[in-house]
Ligand binder design. Sequence first.
Ligand code: NAD
Length: 469
Amino acid sequence: MSSLSMRLCQTENLIPVLNPFDGKEISQVKQTLALDVEEVLVKAHVGAQAAKALPRHQRASILDKAAYLIEQRNEQFARQITAEAGKTIRQATKEVARCVNTLKLSAELARSNEGEMIPFDAFPGGEKRKGWFTREPLGIILAITPFNDPLNLVAHKLGPAIAGGNAVLLKPSEMAPLSAMALVDILQEAGMPPDVVTLAIGGADLGAALVEARDVRMISFTGGFKTGEAISRAAGLKRLCMDLGGNAPVIVMKDCDFDKAIEACVSGAFWAAGQNCIGTQRIFIQRPLYNQFRGAFMKATAKLVVGDPQRMQTDVGPMINELAAKSIEARVNQALDQGAKCLHGNKREGALYHPTVLETVPHDCAIWRDEVFAPVVILEPFDDLEDALTLSNEVDFSLHAGIFTSDIDTAMTAIDRIQAGGIMINDSSDYRFDAMPFGGFKYGSMGREGVRFAYEDMTQPKVICFNNS
Ligand code: NAD
């Protein structure tokens, strides 16, 4: 679509949703204008009353039924993810299955309260007091989500929020809002009162206007660092959960299971065309293994099928749009100018950017220090474990890391020393299970997702104390 027709569309309050693979328009969605924020908030207030009034068994049955309905329509959901976000159909199918798990986990939590008895008599003076705390809803939670997992990342916010009795103001990525909209429809079909989730569709301006709303009690954000910084500056006194970017390291020791390391690292680097916050970006290989690893890694990368994500055999689909592909191409070319060597890839066809393997990347290159969020991986040899640990920790933000070794002491040292929200032993950085705490270490890390952990963040304790004196 030309920029003129895009502007015309937007003046009619419609946002075009484009297929990342061929650039064709797949839908138009009605935009919520920043002017409509008042109206959206009125709805969210109605939703907050309705959500709080739902007994726990109803919250649970809505979430369970929604999981069931999505399971029944998994192919339809997967095709939609592929169409709007460009994930390959196999990867999209996996995301749908994970969304079902996320909703089922949320349903389980809705049935419990996770409150506790309080031992008031643990110190003198409290003997005559008895009590407990419950977990109460916060009220209105603003959920802002990115384009790359357009279904399951939304479920990670809606599931725990609904389980906790909250209303949600949901602003999905304007580039891929259709899966989120379909999820909200399914929740309503499963019995959720209409305003418990209020959709607001639009871009940064709308997001910024919602962030400032005083009635919002919590912002649960998943997206990039710059956006996270802007939101935290504008939010004021609100609870914040920030799930931001990564630049994951993986260490390959010479005593590893070689074939397993190759397979996992190739998948970790290029899953979802590298548009994956825990995607493997830097692989440190112990020097005696380096040449063998490099050869096998390039061979396995060359076998990846790049192309139409709707085809079953495709391994690597497009980036979200041509702009993103051009941006990574430019950043790689800049690294090559600074002395990096390209072993494979750095080829672009529209929004398709072929899996790219680099070595000798100077550490002051943006591509080494920042998040690439693209199918680009850096290989680098090291001598001692100590060096690899230092290199792994050199970046000031960190979601996941991985290490391949058959030595338990090496694994324990890495567990102890790597600063990351998750350390995967004998796996790439790219492993996540929806019930585990998920989030980053160091700069920008705020809160954790993973259903129980988000549920705790999205509720507030209320103490009840009987004075029998
Ligand atoms: P983005 O930050 O550009 O956008 C994310 C969302 O924020 C979108 O809905 C966007 O419209 C909205 N937004 C933009 N500016 C805003 C503002 N000023 N105020 C309020 N909202 C605003 O991110 P993206 O390009 O959609 O997604 C890619 C990023 O998301 C990567 O950095 C990736 O690592 C990160 N991500 C993190 C996780 C995680 O769980 N840690 C998961 C997936 C993606």
